[in-house]
Design a protein around this ligand. Structure first.
Ligand SMILES: CC(C)(COP(=O)(O)OP(=O)(O)OC[C@H]1O[C@@H](n2cnc3c(N)ncnc32)[C@H](O)[C@@H]1OP(=O)(O)O)[C@@H](O)C(=O)NCCC(=O)NCCS
Length: 141
């Protein structure tokens, strides 16, 4: 897994309100956080981070570098991550996703995540509006 500044740079390619290097530093140092990254010969291609609490985990963020998208990178990252969580006895995984994020929704639905809630006007959009967040859940057992 790469370091905090690399994580922050990559995050900025995928989100309108990216997290800072110091936020990533705190996440990478947190023993409750699981971070899995993909490094390739041509650079840092993506990562997925989650936080574990007892037998539950929450996906905090997933991002794949634009040049590596649509090649199955996120699919592999997610499957790898879920099996690591299962190995740590996590039973259920939650995440929040922008209701307009078709790529992420397709990824999560394809991998068995079900919508269990909607947070109205949860996200600040790049255009200055508000967007809904969907809460999704997948059991690992
Ligand atoms: C969402 C994201 C991580 C997907 O990464 P990726 O490596 O391109 O995804 P994959 O190639 O592994 O695709 C996995 C599945 O997601 C879906 N998918 C990926 N990109 C898609 C797109 N642009 N439109 C529609 N579906 C898409 C496909 O259904 C694909 O399944 P398929 O093989 O059956 O077609 C990537 O687009 C990204 O980093 N986006 C910016 C950050 C972000 O939105 N993160 C999610 C926040 S919750």
């Amino acid at each position: 897994m790469s370091d905090a500044p690399d994580c922050a740079s990559l995050h900025a390619t995928g989100f309108a309100h990216p997290w800072s290097a110091s936020e990533f530093e705190a996440l990478l140092a947190d023993s409750a956080c699981l971070s899995v990254g993909v490094d390739t010969k041509s650079g840092f291609a993506g990562y997925l981070m989650s936080r574990i609490a007892a037998d539950e985990a929450e996906v905090l963020t997933i991002v794949v570098a634009p040049a590596f998208r649509m090649f199955g990178c996120a699919q592999r990252l997610l499957l790898d991550h879920l099996s690591r969580l299962a190995a740590r006895r996590v039973q259920v995984v939650f995440l929040e996703v922008d209701a307009q994020n078709e790529a992420a929704l397709a990824l999560y639905r394809r991998n068995g995540f079900l919508e269990v809630g909607r947070r109205k006007a949860y996200y600040a959009t790049a255009e200055g509006g508000r967007g809904d967040a969907l809460v999704m859940r997948r059991n690992l057992t």
